[in-house]
Design a protein around this ligand. Sequence first.
Ligand SMILES: CC(C)(COP(=O)(O)OP(=O)(O)OC[C@H]1O[C@@H](n2cnc3c(N)ncnc32)[C@H](O)[C@@H]1OP(=O)(O)O)[C@@H](O)C(=O)NCCC(=O)NCCS
Length: 169
Amino acid sequence: MKLRAATPDDFPFIRSLAQRPDYAPFITDEDEVALAAYLADPKARLLIAGDDAGPMGSALFCEIGDPSGRVELRRLALARAGRGEGAAFVRMLVDYAFAEFQAGKLWLDASGENLRAQKVYERAGFTLEGRLRDHWFRPVLGRNVDVMLYGMLRSEWAALTLAAPAPRA
Ligand SMILES: CC(C)(COP(=O)(O)OP(=O)(O)OC[C@H]1O[C@@H](n2cnc3c(N)ncnc32)[C@H](O)[C@@H]1OP(=O)(O)O)[C@@H](O)C(=O)NCCC(=O)NCCS
């Protein structure tokens, strides 16, 4: 699995993930205009993970270049979830953020009901930094969910990289 920049040709794939009924409680579908805005925004990077067979997943980085040094990871999703590919996918995204953007901190949020993603983030070395209760309205559920805030500092990534270098692509 490798990462590459998304193009407009990838929008149907990206939207197909967000529109899946089993994913819709956890990620938001955005239309082609919104996705194109990310491609034009120097503070954002929309990525596709895949191999020679085609796209396998997507993710979005935001807040690149923020004076705080923090970068946000958003709307990550794999087409084949629950098959043990999450650890490698998230590790690749974490390495990308710290290497490519020189991030001082990487952060993300997750629905309090997304126990699968929470497990993958914690295993990847993220720290749970907070829980915003009853915070995020999910149209497909018709109600709010809690939001879990996760973060990883650059020093934590460096320690992680020393302890377990990323596997060769
Ligand atoms: C989040 C995502 C990328 C993780 O990748 P993945 O391939 O599904 O993750 P993996 O299969 O590698 O690992 C999932 C882990 O969660 C565990 N898990 C699955 N469902 C669970 C549940 N309901 N409660 C607790 N743990 C759960 C699995 O057992 C596994 O742990 P294990 O390796 O110890 O067995 C993927 O699930 C996905 O794309 N989900 C849909 C979109 C989404 O939720 N994105 C995140 C937005 S914050």
